[in-house]
Design a protein around this ligand. Structure first.
Ligand code: MG
Length: 390
């Protein structure tokens, strides 16, 4: 058995920075999706994977096990916490991690957060990891269907991440792997944009894992590319393992500028208020870490008729707002809501970072300019003359 790997990552079409990172260094493969203000997200995912890559050799040298791998992930958690504690500008940063080691026909997997691992075998795609998100919790409790969870506007709210608390619960598992298996590790920027049927088709439809990884990233961008996208693809083949194989070492992608985005974007359909209330109840149930999670969230909403940036979640519980207003733009919320992608703006469009939320505002602004451009043929008062009180 030998493993051939491919990997691709991209900033997407809305975000200003790529906070994802990956490792593809046979036999260690991992994806991390960082979050946090300023450069926190990039630092968190990079630090976590550096510690993982450094520790994996010794921990896995003799007898690879999920426990050994989890022990290293525990150290990565401590390293992210320590770095955040030592630098005010990195405070509140965190990261997901989904890591696999493949040796001797076994795959050992550890996982925290909402990146995912999939196995494609005999044409069937199986999700190996469970998202540590509030919407997944609601699915487990029967309050949301998996289909509703996939498109839920608040699906990015994590219940577990590295860099939040000293004690992090790490999912761990082992799977047999066989010749012909294909394995995918990916960030939520892929799975929130591309349905699993399409992921199956693209994973199965390429002879080369690098081509498959790039096709998956392209599909996510074609669907709107609202988040950073990372895919690590492994093909399990017959034959001998080449020593030190693997496509490339650990990569921290460079930030790249915002690219023009596709107009339609994803469906940000507002879900029922009942589901939102259930999220709040779940938040309370999460307990200690809940406040940290709430204030790690950002969203774009409406304040006095204008598009505005908020930190927190777009909800109110017993009269207590779980958010604070950060900035009010001069963009008209009413005009934005006339455009299909933004019609649920008043319910709040969530993001995992300030940069992500600002990317959404930039996209709204561009969409408004496009819409106004289409109206310039007919004369009328300038937009400034129509505004309400600020
Ligand atoms: Mg993400």
């Amino acid at each position: 058995m030998r493993v051939v790997a491919g990997a691709a990552t991209d900033v997407g079409r809305v975000r200003e920075r790529n906070e994802d990172a990956f490792v593809a260094r046979n036999p260690l493969f991992a994806v991390a999706d960082g979050m946090g203000g300023h450069q926190g997200g990039e630092v968190a995912s990079r630090v976590a994977l550096e510690v993982l890559a450094a520790g994996a050799g010794e921990a896995l040298g003799a007898e690879p096990s999920p426990e050994g791998l989890a022990e290293v992930v525990g150290r990565a958690n401590a390293a992210v916490l320590a770095q955040a504690a030592g630098d005010q500008s990195l405070s509140g940063m965190g990261t997901t991690i989904t890591a696999a080691v493949l040796t001797d026909g076994r795959m050992h997997l550890v996982h925290v957060g909402d990146s995912r691992a999939y196995l494609l075998r005999d044409g069937r795609l199986t999700r190996l990891t469970e998202d540590h998100t509030l919407v997944q919790r609601l699915v487990n409790e029967g309050k949301l269907t998996p289909q509703e969870a996939e498109i839920h506007p608040h699906r990015s709210v994590l219940t577990r991440a590295l860099g939040v608390e000293a004690d992090v619960e790490i999912d761990r598992m082992s799977e047999d792997v066989r010749t012909g298996d294909r394995i995918l590790l990916c960030s939520d920027g892929l799975t929130s944009m591309v349905p699993e049927e399409e992921i199956t088709r693209l994973l199965a439809g390429h002879d080369d894992p690098q081509a498959a990884a790039e096709a998956l990233v392209t599909a996510a961008n074609d669907a709107g590319g609202v988040d950073n996208i990372t895919a690590v693809v492994l093909f399990v083949l017959e034959g001998e393992e080449a020593a030190g194989g693997g496509p490339r070492a650990y990569v921290q992608p460079a930030s790249s500028p915002v690219r023009p985005a596709a107009p339609p974007g994803p469906r940000r359909r507002g879900r029922a208020l009942a589901a939102l209330a259930a999220i709040v109840i779940a938040l309370v149930a999460v307990g200690v870490g809940a406040r940290a999670f709430v204030y790690r969230q950002w969203f774009v909403g409406v304040h006095e008729g204008r598009v505005a940036l908020f930190q927190g979640m777009p909800v109110q519980v017993l009269g207590v707002r779980l958010n604070r207003l950060v900035e009010v733009t001069d963009l008209s919320a009413e005009e934005a809501q006339r455009l299909r992608p933004w019609r649920d703006l008043d319910e709040g469009i969530t993001a995992q970072s300030e940069a992500g939320a600002r990317g959404i505002i930039a996209t709204i602004e561009r969409d408004l300019q496009l819409a106004q451009g289409q109206e310039t043929q007919r004369p009328g008062p300038s937009p400034e003359d129509q505004g309400g009180s600020g």
